[in-house]
Write a protein that binds this ligand. Structure first.
Ligand SMILES: C[S@@+](CC[C@H](N)C(=O)[O-])C[C@H]1O[C@@H](n2cnc3c(N)ncnc32)[C@H](O)[C@@H]1O
Length: 286
């Protein structure tokens, strides 16, 4: 039954109590490792109110009871996790990292002398959100390689949020997300969608990328990656979860693989078995 006007008004001002906050925080922590501190009460209350409305529920307890009864594979769990995690991202975020990627890493990697049998590059955007990071990687590669034909490029983006994964698969980005894409690359690899202020990545970029759902709390079964981008997600984890995620990520690397972290994420003390190349760049020693 739809909520009454009074129930809507009551809902609009509801804040989670300490006990409710604790219960939801535990659900979130157990599912995705993200830590919700009491300082996030207003933010979490806001985000959950939307879920209550969509479920025609008038109180947080009723929503909690609903979630714990549902299987984790139910669509409402996706919606819940989507609502309580932060998806902020945009193309060419952290310019210094893309300067390194284009001018040092790719230049070196794409040298003419590379033997045909070694012309394979695998890159993982772990916690890819709506795909902006993966499409930045693809754009840099497209801009750097005169002919993609002789290279096997695989860029895999993964995220816990199924909506984020679907959005990444659609490969469409708003003007705000596109604002730092250099004009020449924007013209070459994206098409403006008439009247919508949206840009869609072209077939060259799409052919290099694929996206799937993955929880970083579990190992990722895949051939080793040459570079892993693990950015702006570790900040939401506590130290034991960070260590667990790093173990899982390392499982998909080989000796010499590179790990790119967020520009200001303090994970270096947890990175045993890595050589620090830059404050945000680490080489796996195997
Ligand atoms: C702020 S975005 C970062 C996007 C991109 N890496 C960047 O730096 O622009 C964080 C993403 O981490 C995802 N996330 C949070 N916990 C996760 C987990 N346990 N496994 C996989 N993804 C997770 C969220 O769904 C969200 O899309």
């Amino acid at each position: 039954m739809a909520l009454s006007v009074q129930q809507h008004m009551d809902l609009a001002v509801q804040q989670l109590t300490d006990r409710q906050l604790e219960k939801f925080a535990k659900l979130i922590y157990d599912a995705v490792g993200v830590q919700i501190t009491p300082q996030k009460r207003a933010m979490l209350s806001n985000r959950l109110r939307r879920r209550l409305k969509d479920n025609d529920l008038s109180c947080f307890d009723a929503y909690y009871e609903k979630l714990v009864r549902l299987s984790k594979t139910d669509a409402e769990w996706d919606q819940f996790l989507q609502a309580v995690t932060t998806h902020e991202t945009f193309l060419f975020r952290d310019q210094a990292q893309w300067d390194w990627f284009q001018n040092e890493f790719l230049t070196e990697r794409f040298r003419d002398s590379t033997a045909a049998s070694q012309r394979r590059l695998r890159i993982w955007s772990a916690a890819s959100s709506t795909g902006d990071e993966a499409f930045t990687i693809a754009t840099c590669i497209g801009g750097k390689l005169p002919s993609l034909g002789s290279w096997k490029i695989e860029i895999v983006g993964t995220d816990i949020g199924i909506e984020a994964v679907r959005s990444a698969q659609a490969a469409t980005f708003g003007e705000r997300a596109m604002r730092l894409v250099p004009e020449n690359l924007r013209k070459r690899f994206f098409t403006a969608d008439a009247g919508t202020e949206q840009w869609t990545a072209n077939a060259t970029l799409k052919a290099m990328t694929r996206f799937e759902r993955h929880n970083l709390l579990s190992p990722y079964r895949a051939d080793p990656f040459d570079v892993v981008f693990l950015k702006n997600v570790m900040i939401y984890f506590d130290t034991p979860t960070k260590a667990q995620v790093l173990r899982n990520v390392t499982g998909a690397m080989r000796k010499g693989s590179l790990l790119v972290t967020g520009a200001s994420e303090a994970v270096s003390s947890l990175l045993t078995g890595f050589r620090r190349v830059k404050p945000w760049l680490f080489e796996f020693q195997g």
